[in-house]
Design a binder for this molecule. Structure first.
Ligand SMILES: [Zn+2]
Length: 416
């Protein structure tokens, strides 16, 4: 038996807050064996007196980043360097991806869903992770996404032309993909406050994409902005809308009825608005950006209220969105939109895990210990999400100082 105790003032179990602590978590061989309230004057049972004990203020499941591009460095703000990087060699991109994985883990992200790269760095990293020792995040990868020939998304998507190539391409992606990523529309035209270009796929084509993906047991998530594309995505049965700017209340209602998830990715658009010193937008464009963001805040709040599964994803790797801290910013945007703290934390824990049929990471007796410790409760101050103290992954505990050094382990080392 390999035991470890963790003491915390309060905890979020993946659905709700528990604030009648302090609590003592007993971990045995990587599993949460017991959660008990420490009462004043409680005697210390023999097992507790001799077992190592770590202290933290707040425990919650490891975070989920639902939308990022691991091969891109979002903190690189030099546009010429970003452009050159797209022709960098594979080894440089793998290096960037490894650094980004570490940046995700350092803020407490233990499950990542990559959102596509044309080089398949994401799939390579996923393979690497399966052989890695120590504490590493879990990774879901689509490999390459799909887009219509000649349309937006060359850095992340293969081109498809017609029904035949749609089916053939999805079949070629399926063996190594966890999900299918689709580019359904263009990007936002910030200067004109609209979506660039027509939709990439019409309803019939999108239905074929969804049908083909389902036949191959792949869930679908679509880069999609603007009412025309959003209506097609929801109607065709896409599982998750990514970005979803220019949302409308009647589409939100349909999403709630069908259980369509939404990953609103505030962070990259907020950067465009908040950093005119970098983006060089003029006042008129900044007004458009402000209106786009206000509308987005409003619709995300409406979606959460109607029961749409809202999921946290930052689009890290995009311009101005660094890996790791980008997701924490995104959680603060969700809070700013008006989601409750429970809804915000669920959006980055239990909700995506359930939608993706991923192993649960709830903080509950009998579960594998896959949680993080913060220096304060987000229920008292949401900024506590920035104060990570420890990461426990399958019973191994590391401190968040970037070293990933194991400070305690309830897992027998390999070979024992
Ligand atoms: Zn993206």
């Amino acid at each position: 038996m390999n035991n470890l105790l963790i003491q915390a003032e309060s905890y979020f179990d993946g659905r709700q807050n528990h604030s009648a602590g302090p609590y003592l978590f007993t971990l045995t061989n990587g599993i949460i064996r017991d959660i008990c309230v420490l009462l004043p004057g409680d005697g210390v049972p023999a097992i507790q007196a001799t077992t190592p004990r770590l202290h933290t203020a707040f425990v919650m499941p490891g975070l989920v980043e639902a939308h990022c591009h691991l091969f891109l460095d979002g903190s690189e703000l030099d546009l010429a360097r970003r452009k050159d990087y797209l022709n960098a060699g594979r080894s440089q991109m793998l290096g960037t991806g490894r650094v980004n994985l570490a940046a995700n883990l350092a803020v407490g992200i233990t499950l990542i869903r990559d959102a596509g790269d044309i080089h398949g760095i994401n799939t390579h990293l996923k393979e690497e992770i399966t052989h890695a020792s120590g504490v590493v995040p879990e990774l879901r990868s689509p490999g390459r996404a799909i887009r219509k020939t000649g349309r937006y998304g060359s850095f992340m998507a293969l081109e498809v032309r017609d029904a035949e190539s749609i089916e053939r391409t999805i079949e070629s992606l399926a063996p190594t993909a966890d999900d299918l990523k689709i580019l359904l529309t263009g990007i936002i035209d910030f200067e004109n406050g609209c979506v660039k270009g027509p939709v990439q796929f019409d309803l019939e084509e999108t239905r074929l994409i969804v049908r083909t993906a389902r036949r191959l047991s792949l869930k679908t998530y679509a880069h999609c902005n603007g009412p025309e594309g959003l209506n097609i995505a929801v109607e065709a049965g896409i599982d998750s809308i990514e970005h979803g700017f220019f949302m409308e209340p009647d589409i939100v209602k349909k999403m709630a009825d069908k259980g369509t998830a939404w990953v609103p990715t505030f962070a990259p658009v907020y950067f465009q608005f908040a950093r005119p010193d970098v983006t060089k937008w003029n006042p008129s464009t900044l007004d458009k950006l402000h209106a786009i963001l206000q509308n987005h805040f409003h619709n995300v709040a409406g979606a959460a209220a109607k029961g749409v599964p809202v999921v946290a994803g930052s689009d890290a790797g995009s311009y101005g969105v660094p890996h790791g801290t980008g997701l924490i910013d995104e959680l603060l945007f969700l809070r700013q939109a008006g989601l409750t703290v429970e809804q915000v934390l669920s959006a980055a824990t239990s909700v995506p895990r359930q939608l993706w049929n991923a192993p649960p990471a709830n903080v509950a007796v009998g579960q594998t210990a896959n949680f993080i410790g913060l220096a304060g409760s987000p229920f008292k101050d949401i900024n506590s999400l920035r104060q990570i103290q420890l990461i426990c992954r399958n019973g191994e505990v590391v401190k968040s100082d970037g070293t990933s050094q194991i400070v305690a382990s309830t897992v027998f080392s390999k070979g024992n």
